[in-house]
Design a binder for this molecule. Sequence first.
Ligand SMILES: [Cu+2]
Length: 482
Amino acid sequence: MSTRTTESAHAPVREEDVPGTSERRAPPGSLPEAGGMGTLTRRSMLATAGATLTGGAMLLSGSEARARPEAQGTRGPRPGMPGRDYQPVVVPNGSKLPWKVVDGVKVFHLVAEEVEHEFAPGLKAFCWGYNGRVHGPTIEAVEGDRVRIYVTNRLPTPTTVHWHGILLPNGMDGVGGLNQKSIAPGETFQYEFSLRQSGTNMYHSHHDEMTQIGLGMTGMFVIHPRRPMGPRIDRDFVILLHEWRIDVGTRRPNPNEMTDFNVLTMNAKAFPGTEPLVVRQGERVRIRLGNLSPQNHHPIHLHGYHFRITETDGGPVPESARQPETTVLVPVGSARAIEFVADAPGDWALHCHMTHHLMNQMGHAFPNMIGVKPGGLDAKVRALLPGYMTMGQTGMAGMGEMGMPVPPNSIPMVGRQGKHDFITMGGMFTVLKVRARLDGYKDPGWYDNPPGTLAEAAGAESLRRDGIDVDAPAPVEPGSPA
Ligand SMILES: [Cu+2]
């Protein structure tokens, strides 16, 4: 028997840690298969899948029985139920994949298909996703659950699904060609495995990865622990990070882009399209962040709080290793969960700290105009180009606010009006709204700052009292006095 170093009591055991040669044959029942009746036509497959889903008892051959722990007389625990076994996660702007229990197995159905998706008001594009959504619906299950996931391919090209970070038999891992036959257009495959871990994981296409992940074929896969770990979480959010290249004037993300992404998203929405995270003051909050962007790592910064990173997609972080943080780096192909107690009321920014990830489409392609003095230039150019105006001499902040006419189907610079002024960010930005009183979890509007707790223009009396002379040379002293 091969051995694994176990780091905690929660370390999972691999079903397949058994002696054998390096070229093992996949045990029967450990490869995803076309949906039971050979290759299905598109028209018949939903009906067939439906029949299979409600088909009742499943006969196991002897070899299948050996491959499945519950058939060895150690039947898995009963399927985990929301409310009883776990507190369901919240997916801002997102969706969840429904399921049903058939003979003790949780059955899901993912449909890979083209989706017209709105990134923010004003920008729609044709992406690839699952079940009419970009990204795919969040899959939610419980440690110990056995899951059977049907995948129907309605794309014009083959695909597969990889269950990212989930420990499973090799033939269920979803890498096209390496682990399984790719799922041809019109086919339905079934994946089946038991969840021997808990944590924050993901799923994504593993066929023509650059194209299919780049077009949005990703989703989150949350596995709750069978027995709760640590303090109870009141609000458990799921956010998947992504980046896209959508040239102004087009309606299709360009998956061939390698460096210059111009739409940065949380759950496939760019600010101001992102829904706020609404929390009651005093609640314990978890935010699960996944990153399946093509190229960039995202340092996600939360204002107003210090938090601990409690999970990676490799499992829980031991308590002794949870250092305090204000920014969590979520590398490509990784997930991180952070936790904190929401004791400070307010509207707190939650955003990627890469400043180019806070812009929308035109920020990246703009010439550097800082400090340019147009003088009489505008009038001269207007003779040739009516309506011409030099822009950007003091930066980008005014561009969204001016409400300039923009090309159709584009979000060039937009932020949105906030309570106090215009919010000059786009992209990977959202707001954590913490309130003492809430009417449900719908958006409570902007925060009312208590008197004396808001930065405002300084009054003459304050300036005089504190000896601040705004016309004097700006005070400064050496950082390393002699
Ligand atoms: Cu970023």
